[in-house]
Design a protein around this ligand. Structure first.
Ligand SMILES: [Mg+2]
Length: 146
């Protein structure tokens, strides 16, 4: 049987999802393992309101601290035009978006949302939201297999 082995696209929000805030830049617990695991299942893209220059500085820091794989630097980045993350901007109809904010989804586009609890102060070291998100993403990817 011939199978379509193309990976779906997973867009990743930055603030409150992978890290604390663009200013404090605290990596969420399990970030490295999450990225390595999810990269085997999905093509990845960063979808964030954080400016390109700041995204690059955050990536440099996270790589320097060895809390993300080195290829994190090379992920494509897309920015919403306003506050809403329109799906069409990522360029793929098979995309999912891991994001902590319901408010960024356009009306009628909630079906591409993989929700995750916001990573908030005091930034608990036993936060396991990325592990739980990985399980949800695995399920979503499996459900799409022909
Ligand atoms: Mg966010």
């Amino acid at each position: 049987m011939v199978r379509n082995l193309r990976k779906p696209l997973l867009c990743l929000d930055l603030e409150g999802t992978l890290i604390s805030k663009a200013v404090s830049q605290i990596p969420r617990p399990g970030l490295d393992v999450f990225l390595e695991s999810v990269s085997e299942l999905c093509d990845l893209m960063i979808y964030t309101s954080v400016s390109r220059g700041r995204v690059d500085r955050i990536r440099d820091l996270l790589i320097e601290e060895r809390v993300v794989p080195s290829w994190f630097e090379d992920l494509p980045v897309v920015h919403p035009e306003g506050t809403v993350k329109v799906k069409a901007l990522c360029g793929r109809t098979d995309a999912m978006l891991l994001d902590d904010q319901a408010a960024v989804f356009a009306t009628g586009e909630e079906d591409w949302w993989i929700p995750i609890e916001e990573f908030l102060s005091p930034y608990p070291s036993d936060d396991c939201e990325l592990t739980m998100a990985l399980a949800v993403i695995k399920g979503a990817v499996a459900a799409r297999q022909p």
